[in-house]
Design a protein around this ligand. Structure first.
Ligand SMILES: [Zn+2]
Length: 215
């Protein structure tokens, strides 16, 4: 497992960045990453936040094996469920960030009020029903939401974002949190206009070909 240390270093850096950005406070969130072998993932330990180092991370093998000094995050079941559902995703970030959580507590999805909602792969970010953290029911609900998106809100809980890399999952989480903040501000001022299905389809098509381009 030659790339293990590099993956673990990425994960530790990502968790510290989530803390620095204010998406995570204390030890509430968690994150995981997996390599090209798709045989399991590294996940943050339970009850630990930005202080976690590379040796504190826990390996969850797809064969059921668990390796590490600490217990894995109590929310490990939905990380496993996302990876089982989506071979294209290599990282999952979960946060209780203020604005995404506030919208999730209204049990409302994030609709197509802004074109950037398409960063999650569709014309909305769904809000899955409330289930106990760590439960099989929550895992199934998250896996179902990830069938058509790579982010969802968890009712009365928070946000889950996935990506093809840790950097991608982080950027989706940050974008959705910012969009939830803007949506709540728009809702407080009136009734936001929503983009049509065709308008969002055009954005999604554009995103598929969009790449950072240096001139
Ligand atoms: Zn949580």
């Amino acid at each position: 497992m030659a790339d293990d240390l590099a993956l673990r270093e990425q994960l530790v850096a990502a968790v510290r960045e989530l803390d620095r950005l204010g998406l995570n406070r204390g030890s509430t969130g968690n994150a995981s990453v997996r390599g090209s072998a798709l045989d399991g993932c590294w996940i943050t330990p339970t009850g630990m936040g930005a202080e976690a180092g590379v040796d504190d991370l826990v390996w969850l093998g797809d064969d059921g094996g668990v390796r590490g000094a600490w217990q894995p995050s109590s929310e490990a079941p939905f990380h496993r469920a996302v990876y089982a559902a989506r071979a294209d995703l290599h990282a999952v970030v979960h946060v209780h960030s203020v604005h995404a959580t506030a919208l999730a507590c209204l049990r409302r999805p994030l609709p197509a009020f802004h074109y950037m909602v398409a960063v999650a792969g569709g014309d909305s970010v769904p809000c899955v029903p409330y289930h106990l953290f760590g439960s099989e029911a929550l895992s199934q609900a998250v896996a179902q939401a990830f069938g058509g998106r790579h982010a969802c809100l968890l009712a009365n809980h928070g946000l889950v974002a996935g990506g093809t890399s840790l950097a991608h999952a982080m950027s989706v989480a940050l974008e959705i949190e910012s969009l939830c903040e803007a949506y709540l501000a728009a809702l407080a001022a009136g009734e936001p206009a929503l983009l049509s299905r065709d308008e969002m389809a055009a954005v999604i098509a554009r995103f598929k070909t969009y790449r950072a381009a240096r001139r």
